[in-house]
Write a protein that binds this ligand. Structure first.
Ligand code: NAD
Ligand code: UPG
Length: 437
């Protein structure tokens, strides 16, 4: 392979990128400031849950092509191409993104560089960040060292991270030179035929935020229809199925329910609005305020529906919550709609017990005030209301009779429109769902 790669920031994005690039044959050195994470990774232990990633990590380590370090000196010495994958969370109390981790990564790396290299931003950032970081890199790199910046946003989904990395829908690169384009084309050559969009920094940054804004809008569109369906006694699940037959609309991301959460869509649409405001283009994105509001209203509606089933108040009521992760096949609980609902019901006097197949440890750490069960049955034992909030396959396959034997009263709200309503109703359950009669 022509280049040695480094990956700075080994979270959900960085671990996947590092392990997959090693699997493609590159020598890869991953870096994080979290020494515990680095120790675990070097021992072949995945600090996150991501289906199919562990064998890729192990293969990389066993082949000697993949290693992890906390030393910026080591990666500066090692890498021809440095990918930056650090977090860009929402600032506390603001809509804007906190890009200070990006700045810190450049500040740590740049002064140590001693040979020609390409530094590639992969994190999701407000438009204009790449240009600013390019100036910072040029200012901090030692004189005479040719260190150039490029942008290469990432579109992987948690739960499908390996497949999305090895078979992406497209690759977008923002470059300022033919050399940077050539290097990135060579880096991604082992992926085979993948559409590649080569553009400027600003467009490449915007493709990413625009994609997430579109996905969030599609989800909030169908959830707005769910609100109308509730008022009109119509069925949003059938409505979305019928819409999906139109190829121009398509059925993906049209599942009505509790709405979107996670470490990406909510913070990215907010950061997009904040940045548009700074650029004087805030009017263009006012619709995203509504997208966000519709999304958050679904959580409030879920709590209302649960309270209604509880008889008007949560006091003296036991609520069994199925799901803590923001979506199935992930242990990620960042801005999880499920946990948000569980915590709110707890605040309103309900006795809440949560179960999740994978995200329980993360949930326990973030919300020690909630009770947790070790299985779905344990979480719903004695419950007056059961809430399905994350559509893990394990929950979709639950036997209504078996669950019915454990609860105090057979009442369930399907927050993800994932269950077979008929099967639950015929087992004597009072079944309700968001957006359905
Ligand atoms: N999670 C996803 O599915 C996904 C997909 C596409 C894009 N993104 C974007 O990628 C970025 C990272 O997201 P994530 O979910 O992997 O976040 P994460 O919080 O899981 O990982 C970020 C990592 O960066 C490390 N870090 C922070 N400062 C550092 C520094 N100065 N030097 C080295 N390491 C540092 C942290 O310790 C952490 O391990 C974000 O901008 C996110 O929006 C995420
Ligand atoms: O029809 C749908 C589809 C999704 N969701 C919810 O939307 C959220 C986000 O889901 P998804 O997009 O699958 O997860 P992420 O892993 O957060 O991926 C998004 O965010 C990443 C980080 O930017 C991008 O790279 C991906 O392309 C983008 O899909 C989850 O809470 C889902 O439950 C719905 O409510 N209805």
């Amino acid at each position: 392979m022509p280049y040695r790669l480094t990956v700075i920031g080994t979270g959900y994005l960085g671990i996947t990128h590092a392990a997959c690039m090693a699997d493609l044959g590159f020598d890869v050195l991953g870096l994080d400031i979290d020494a515990d994470k680095i120790d675990r990774l070097n021992n072949g232990e995945l600090p996150i849950h991501e289906p199919g990633l562990e064998p890729v990590l192990r293969r990389g380590l066993d082949s000697g092509r993949l290693r992890f370090t906390t030393s910026y000196e080591e990666i500066a010495e090692f890498g021809d191409v440095h990918f930056i994958c650090v977090g860009t969370p929402q600032k506390r109390g603001e809509y804007a993104a906190d890009v200070s981790y990006m700045d810190a990564a450049i500040d740590s790396l740049a002064p140590l560089l001693n040979r020609e290299c390409l530094v590639v931003g992969k994190s999701t950032v407000p438009v204009g960040t790449a240009g600013r970081l390019a100036d910072r890199l040029a200012r901090l790199a030692p004189a005479g060292v040719q260190a150039e910046l490029a942008w290469n946003p990432e579109f992987l989904r948690e739960g499908f991270a390996v497949q999305d990395t090895l078979k992406p829908d497209r690759i977008v690169i923002g470059v300022r030179s033919e050399r940077a384009e050539k290097v990135l084309r060579e880096v991604y050559e082992p992926l085979g035929e993948v559409p590649m969009v080569v553009t400027d920094f600003a467009t490449s940054e915007l493709v990413k935020t625009a994609a997430n804004a579109f996905l969030a809008t599609k989800i909030s569109f169908i959830n707005a229809m769910a609100e109308v369906c509730e008022a009109a006694h119509a069925d949003v699940k059938q409505l979305s199925e019928a819409l999906a037959y139109d190829d121009r609309i398509g059925g993906r991301f049209l599942n009505a329910g509790l709405g979107f959460g996670g470490g990406c869509l909510p913070k990215d649409i907010r950061a997009f609005m904040a940045r548009a405001g700074e650029l004087g283009a805030d009017q263009a994105l006012t619709f995203l305020r509504e997208v966000d509001a519709i999304n958050m209203r679904r959580r409030a509606r879920m709590v209302d529906l649960a309270r209604e089933l509880a008889g008007g108040s949560f006091h003296g009521c036991t609520v069994g919550v199925l799901g803590a992760a923001f979506k199935p096949n992930s242990d990620d609980i960042r801005d999880s709609p499920a946990l948000d609902v569980a915590v709110t019901i707890g605040h309103q006097g309900g006795r809440v017990t949560v179960y999740d197949p994978i995200a329980l440890d993360n949930a326990r750490k973030a919300h020690p005030e909630l009770s947790y069960g070790e299985s779905a049955l344990e979480a719903v034992r004695g419950a007056h209301v059961v809430l399905l909030l994350t559509e893990w396959q394990e929950f979709v396959e639950l036997d209504p009779e078996e669950l019915g034997a454990a609860v105090a009263t057979r009442r369930i709200v399907d927050g993800r429109n994932a269950l077979n309503a008929e099967a639950w109703r015929s087992a004597g359950w009072h079944y309700r769902a968001l957006g359905r009669p």
